[in-house]
Each structure stands twice: as C-alpha cells, then as structure tokens.
Design a binder for this molecule. Structure first.
Ligand code: ATP
Ligand code: MG
Length: 434
C-alpha cells in the first residue's frame, strides 16, 4: 500500500454514524480550532470504535495547530510529554488529548527525532501534514480522521475497507514498524481481542519472531500496556493471543518458563480462570483489583520457588516469603509493578498457609484481616485447580456464613468438641493449641 494524495471521504450517512454519539467536549475543541483557522479532527481509537457501534474509551483530537498555538486558544490546557509533546485540555475530571500532526521520522533532524541503532524510535516530535500523520500511525483502522463539522471521515490509508473486512493491517513494512516500536505487537493482540478482528497475513507473519524485541521496552511502559491488556472484558482472549504469538514469555518470563515445564495444565488453568473471573466482574460492573490478577499471573513461579527452596528455610512460611520477594524482584525488570501492587500481591500469597489452620481464635481473626477477602478468592482458585483440598475451601466458605458463636464452635479444638461442657477459657486455650 503506498501513499496517495487524494484521500477517500465517507459521509456519516455512508458509514451509519450519528453525530449524537460524539463527545461534546471533543467536538467543541475541533470547532474552536477550526474557527481559529486550523484543521482539527477526531482520530484513532474513537473513530474505529464508533464505526463498530462501541462506546469509545476516550476521544482524541488531531490538528495542524502546534502545542503552543493550542495552549493559546484554551485556558484549560496543559502541555505534557517528552516522546510525544501533547496538549491536554481539561473539562472537570475529563481530559481530551490534542496532538499536532506528526511527520515521518526519516527526514528528522537530531533534536526532534532519534532512532536507536535497532530501529526503535526514541523521540518523535516532527510535525507534519494530515496525510503524513495518518501514515505514521500503527494500524489502518486507527488512522481514520473524523470531521465533526463536515460530518465526514477522511481515509488516506484504506482503513475503512480494512475496518469493513475486520482486518488489522500495519501500514508500511510490518517488520520495520515492529522494530520501530515493539509495543505494536501487544497492540495487535489487544485490538484483535477487543474488536474481534483478524490480523492481516503480512502483519501477522513476523509477530512471533519479533517478540524478543519487547525485552528492550522500558518496564514502566510495559506496566501501562499490561494494564490495558488484562484489565478489560476480553482478558481471556488477550491472554490466549499473547501465548499464541510468544509474547507472554517476554512479559512474564518466569511464568512462561513454569508453564512450559509444567507437568499438568493446572497452573495455566488457574490463570485462565482468573482472566475469566475478571471479565465477568467487569461485565457485571463489579470492581477489579489489578494486584489480584497479577498475583495469579505470578503465582506458579512463587509456588515453584517455595517448593525448591523449602530445605534452606526453617518453615514453609519463610520459604514462601523469600520466594515472593525473589519472583517480584525479577519480574519488575520486565514490568515495573509499583509498590501499591506488589505489597498486596505479597500479602495474598503469604496469607495462603493460614487457610490450612482451622482451629482456634487465630483463624477467626484471619476472617477480619483486611486482605482476607482477596486471599480467600485466591485460595478458591487454588482449590479449583488441585492445589488444595476442596473440603478446606468449603470450610472457609461455610464459616463466613455462621454467627460468632457458631464460628467459635467450628474452630474449637477437637478435644473440646468431644466434651459435653467446654471449659470457660476455651478461646484462649484453643488459640494456643493451634
Ligand atoms: P484504545 O484507546 O481503545 O486503547 P487507541 O487506538 O485509541 O485504542 P491509544 O493508545 O489511545 O489507542 O492511541 C491513540 C492512537 O494513536 C491510535 O489509534 C493510533 O492511531 C496512534 N498510536 C498509538 N500508539 C501507537 C503506536 N505504538 N504506534 C503508532 N501509532 C500509535
Ligand atoms: Mg485511545
């Protein structure tokens, strides 16, 4: 596919689009830019999603106005970014991103653009025309420009046709485009799952071979991408896609290795179930905790390492703590999990041995633990996939339904249960007999 100077244009009517579905703030931004003599369009994911009848996550604006010119027009504007210098226009809690058209990186000078020796783009701040802006995007379906005033969509890249055929096609030579930015590999998997599109053959062919390039992506960026990959209603398909293209191992090398060497598929099933649970919670408008999902993704290496190191420690619990620390320390080299995630992840893991103790006050106190609920949900997954006796899981499910007296009876040591009249100090005594 080559650059062609006359774009195709489609009316809203041709495409079945309704102006009512456009975000009013984004439309008002384009209006003000156009009234000031600039070009301005809605672009990217919002156009792609509207064409599918989906509700866009965010509306992005693209314009030939430069950041300082945008800032001069909007009081509520802040300029951000290094890699891409962007304007953020604030409406209460909502932010609309306004980006200046970018050009191709080949004609760059040193100050504005910069490619790594392996072809990766490090900075990309060369302004360009609308057409150039379209060609530097990733997939054709992400390079459609919607003009809210004229009620048309402008297509330089064959994006409408690909959209109609449900195809994800990278513009240009796919291998070069993946080398420029290997995160496009993850985006291909994510959009394939989200949109139920296919990856066009040439775009798909190099994906497996390119997977190792993800190792060079900063861990902080991979953290952002991993949230987008897994915290959505298509998490299972995304997970399957990452596996299919060998990308999962680049994100979670330790888990990848464990799954490869696993003797049963229980560890894999546990992760798949966690993904399915995430999806159904989101579909039911229930909240999800990212740390929970990450704790399932890294559990198998933690479990394995605990087992391997068991003899070097005085207790299972110490071995588990040490394994948790080691697995996390290695994982943050790939994905920069912040402490607000690693702290509760570690807690969910290290609380697991407490489910094996079902006698005494300590287990009643456990139910009050702030992280009990998450640890319990995690234990249920483990029980479901053969790591724990299902009777134990049932016991913990049951005890939560009992009143305090019934709970005390259930957790009393067996020696007391056999006596008709338990002694008064049974609580303290039973806790010490755990
Ligand atoms: P969603 O918001 O649903 O995740 P999106 O397509 O809007 O999807 P964003 O990350 O918001 O994704 O990016 C907005 C647009 O910027 C994309 O549609 C695409 O045109 C362009 N873009 C984003 N990331 C890249 C990239 N790595 N390479 C090239 N173009 C990109
Ligand atoms: Mg977007």
């Amino acid at each position: 596919m080559s650059s062609n100077n006359t774009p195709s244009t489609y009316s809203f009517k041709d495409l079945g689009l309704s102006a009512k579905l456009l975000d009013k703030h984004a439309v008002s931004i384009t209006e003000r830019l156009v009234n000031a003599g600039f070009e301005a369009y809605l672009v990217g994911g919002c156009v792609r999603d509207l064409l599918l009848g989906l509700h866009p996550k965010d509306f992005d604006v693209s314009t030939n106005a430069e950041p300082e010119q945008i800032q001069a027009l909007f009081k509520n504007c802040r300029l951000i970014g290094r890699r891409f210098r962007l304007a953020h226009i604030h409406f209460g809690r909502n932010v609309i991103e306004v980006a200046t058209f970018r050009g191709p990186h080949v004609k760059h000078n040193k100050d504005t653009s910069h490619a790594h020796k392996d072809g990766r783009l490090l900075r990309d701040n060369v302004y360009g025309s609308l057409e150039e802006d379209a060609w530097r995007r990733d997939f054709t379906v992400n390079a459609l420009y919607l003009d809210p005033q004229k009620q048309i969509v402008i297509d330089y890249v064959g994006g409408i046709e690909d959209h109609q055929n449900k195809l994800l096609r990278l513009m240009g030579d796919p291998e070069t485009r993946y080398k420029e930015d290997p995160v496009r590999l993850l985006r291909a998997v994510r959009f394939k799952a989200k949109l139920n599109f296919s990856v066009e053959d040439n775009t798909e062919a190099p994906m497996r071979a390119m997977a190792p390039l993800l190792k060079d992506i900063p861990a902080a960026r991979l953290y952002d991408e991993s949230l987008k990959l897994f915290l959505n209603k298509n998490a299972s398909l995304v997970f399957a896609g990452l596996h299919e293209y060998g990308l999962f191992d680049a994100l979670f090398p330790q888990t990848g290795l464990c799954l490869k060497n696993a003797q049963s598929d229980n560890a894999l099933k546990l992760i798949q179930q966690a993904m399915a649970n995430t999806e159904s919670r989101l579909k039911n408008d229930q909240g999800i905790a990212p740390y929970f999902l990450f704790s399932t993704l890294l559990w198998e290496p933690v479990r394995k390492l605990t087992e391997q190191n068991r003899d070097s420690f005085n207790s299972d619990s110490q071995a588990l703590h040490a394994a948790a620390n080691e697995v996390l320390a290695r994982q943050v080299n790939s994905i920069a999990l912040p402490r607000r995630l690693t702290t509760p992840m570690r807690e969910v893991w290290t609380l697991q041995p407490r489910f094996h103790k079902r006698i005494g006050m300590r287990c009643l106190k456990f139910i009050q633990h702030p992280r009990f609920r998450a640890a319990y949900d995690f234990m249920l997954l483990r029980a479901q996939y053969g790591e724990l006796d299902p009777q134990i899981a049932d016991w913990w499910t049951k005890i939560q339904t009992l009143n305090p007296n019934e709970q005390k009876l259930l957790t009393r040591p067996k020696s007391f249960k056999n006596k008709k009249k338990p002694p008064k100090k049974s609580d303290n005594e039973s806790s010490s007999s755990e």
